[in-house]
Design a binder for this molecule. Structure first.
Ligand code: ZN
Length: 94
C-alpha cells in the first residue's frame, strides 16, 4: 500500500486478478448476490463491488487467489459461472 491519493478526476480501481490499477471504465464491476459473482455492467447494483479486467486471465487469477470473497467481504466459495460467460473461457493451449 503506497500513499493515498485523492485524485477524483480519474478514478482508478485495482483489478482483483492481476492487482494492477486501471481506470474504472476499463474494469468490470462485480458484486455478489446469494453466493454468486454477478457482473455489474452498468455499475448500478447495490453493495460492495470488486473490480476486474474483463479477461479470462484476470478472472482465473482472482479465483485462484480467492480474491472475490476477500474483496467482497463474504464467505466463500462463490460461483463465478456468470463471470466466466462474460469474460470468455481461458485458452488452455500448452
Ligand atoms: Zn487484471
Amino acid at each position: 500500500m503506497s500513499g493515498r491519493t485523492r485524485a477524483q478526476a480519474c478514478p482508478e480501481r485495482t483489478c482483483v486478478g492481476c492487482r494492477q490499477r486501471a481506470a474504472r471504465p476499463g474494469l468490470l464491476r462485480v458484486v455478489v448476490i446469494e453466493d454468486r459473482c454477478v457482473p455489474d455492467h452498468r455499475g448500478t447494483l447495490p453493495g460492495r463491488g470488486a473490480y476486474l479486467h474483463p479477461t479470462p486471465a484476470c478472472l482465473e487469477l482472482a479465483v485462484r487467489r480467492r480474491a472475490f470473497p476477500r474483496a467482497l467481504r463474504v464467505q466463500g466459495p462463490l460461483d463465478t459461472g456468470e463471470l466466466r460467460q462474460v469474460v470468455g473461457q481461458t485458452d488452455r493451449k500448452t
